[in-house]
Design a binder for this molecule. Structure first.
Ligand code: SF4
Length: 63
């Protein structure tokens, strides 16, 4: 699984990080999401999908 964040759409809500803290971190300066596990290991795929689904801006793409 690959996960990408559209930084043009990301508004820094941080919901993805709350849903999947091992996959998404937040940039300390602007709050934008950073994918820290790419590709996502099998044991974190469900968390990654949850994070993507929870993004209110639909800024996360899972493939
Ligand atoms: S939930 Fe969406 S908008 Fe919020 S920080 Fe994560 S990727 Fe960005």
């Amino acid at each position: 699984m690959r996960v990408t964040v559209d930084l043009g759409a990301c508004q820094g809500h941080g919901v993805c990080h709350m849903s999947a803290p091992d996959v998404f971190e937040l940039d300390e300066t602007d709050g934008h999401a950073i994918v820290v596990q790419d590709p996502v290991p099998a044991e974190l795929e469900a968390d990654a999908q949850l994070g993507a689904d929870s993004c209110p801006e639909r800024a996360i793409t899972v493939a």
